[in-house]
Design a protein around this ligand. Structure first.
Ligand SMILES: [Zn+2]
Length: 443
């Protein structure tokens, strides 16, 4: 029996109790669950058993949490190679749900849930909503896509588990989203940050002042975004923008969520064990050192993931959070190792360009990065939307802004890039994840 901290104080929601487990109890629980999940994967998943046998390892060799580093990594390619059901650890009669991610090429990756897995998922999503201050009286507009994508149903079950009112509107149909948001008195919205910007823009055009709506929280995830983007969203809409983190391979949304301190998502560590490893060597990094986030599912029955490489680059915060949660936090994910592109030998992340652009007055948070190859040389063009007032300015003023932006990028990235200012609404809007980089070099 777990003894949760009895006096949560500060008006925390009861579903948040596991967030405050004393550290020693949390580590004991993690070790116990880690041993059990490794045993389960060893007994039931042939790929995992084979990899342990190849290394002369057995589940019994796992004596402490630190021993996790001896275990082999799981990669996304393992899910593709065993498509569709090769990593399942439960028979089909125990599996109640399948989800799949839309792979950019070829077959999708498939993930499975038992009833217990669905219950864990609902509980971590309920804790996610509670962490940003939502409760039973909130009306949550869930604009994540419903279907094979985990976003929609994950948020839906969590909102219901919290006891909030959920509007299962799914993605798309922006005009209807706006009407319902206004007419139903929506207090919180779930979607990608880029889709929320689109809603904001369309709302402004329809004469809706977001600051006058009861909307107070945005639960934003499913794509990398920066602190600059958060400031823009909050200033334009008046809501508080929170970072929700998750991935289908681990459970879907609800792996980690920001509290009201907004200092990076807390990982629900009683279900997901985090490590940070060096991107190149795979060696563990201490807290406070940047690397790739690696996650192990501690509870998942249908499809345990042991040391899954997320390709998300972040840092585990070494200090505790003011909210009192004992769960570790990571810095918001603004970079993925597979989003990185290399130009003239320099590693560049879209988020670096986003940060540089948003620091300059007159730009809108819509941009796209075009990579081209001209006469054998790689060229980058950054297209950024500017406000209508800026765009109607004199040629001199536009050129001035252009060189300011180019300089801001050069300072951040260390490379000079061509910047092109475009009118509002030029860059395609997405109802899901925004496409930031268009690589025309392979064409
Ligand atoms: Zn916190």
């Amino acid at each position: 029996m777990i003894n949760y901290r009895q006096d949560l104080g500060k008006g925390y929601h009861p579903v948040s109790a596991p967030d405050f487990l004393p550290i020693s109890q949390l580590r004991d629980l993690q070790l116990r669950k880690l041993k059990a999940i490794v045993q389960r994967a060893y007994d039931r998943v042939s790929l995992f058993r084979q990899r342990l046998q190849d290394r002369d390892l057995t589940p019994a060799g796992l004596k402490s949490l630190d021993d996790i580093v001896k275990l082999p990594f799981t990669e996304k390619s393992d899910l593709r190679d065993t498509y569709p059901f090769g990593l399942f650890a439960s028979p089909m009669q125990e599996i109640v749900r399948l989800h799949a991610s839309s792979g950019t090429t070829g077959k999708p990756i498939v993930v499975a849930y038992t009833q217990a897995d669905v219950d864990v998922w609902a509980s971590v999503m309920a804790r996610s909503f509670a962490a940003c201050g939502l409760h039973e009286s909130d009306i949550i507009q869930n604009a994540y896509g419903y279907g094979l994508f985990t976003g929609g149903l994950g948020a839906h079950y969590g909102a219901e588990a919290l006891g909030a009112t959920v509007i299962p509107i799914s993605g798309g149909n922006t005009q209807r989203q706006l009407m319902i948001m206004k007419d139903f008195g929506v207090t919180a919205i779930c979607c990608t940050p880029s889709y929320f910007l689109h809603l904001l823009e369309q709302g402004q055009e329809a004469g809706i002042d977001f600051k006058k709506l009861p909307l107070r929280a945005g639960v934003f995830g499913a794509e990398p975004w920066t602190e600059g983007m958060r400031h823009r969203i909050e200033a334009l809409s008046g809501l508080k923008a929170y970072d929700l983190y998750g991935l289908s391979e681990i459970i879907g949304p609800g792996v980690a969520m920001e509290c009201q301190c907004q200092t990076g998502p807390h990982i629900f560590e009683d279900h997901f064990y985090p490590e940070i490893v060096n991107i190149k060597t795979g060696k563990p990094c201490p807290d406070g050192v940047e690397g790739e986030l690696v996650l192990t599912t501690l509870s998942k029955q249908a499809m345990p993931m042991i040391r899954y490489r997320t390709h998300d680059i972040t840092v585990l915060a070494p200090e505790t959070c003011a909210c009192g949660r004992t769960l570790r936090r990571f810095q918001r994910i603004s970079r993925r190792s597979d989003d990185m592109f290399i130009i003239r030998g320099v590693n560049v992340y879209p988020s670096q360009i986003e940060t540089a652009l948003l620091a300059v007055e007159g730009t809108l948070p819509h941009y796209q990065i075009i990579l081209r190859r001209e006469h054998g040389l790689d060229e980058v063009e950054v297209q950024v939307e500017v406000t209508a007032e800026v765009f109607s300015d004199t040629v001199g003023a536009l050129e001035n802004l252009q060189s300011q932006l180019s300089l801001a990028i050069e300072r951040t990235v260390g490379l000079r890039m061509q910047v092109r200012l475009v009118q509002p609404r030029t860059i395609p809007r997405s109802e899901g994840k925004a496409k930031r980089v268009i690589d025309q070099r392979k064409m």
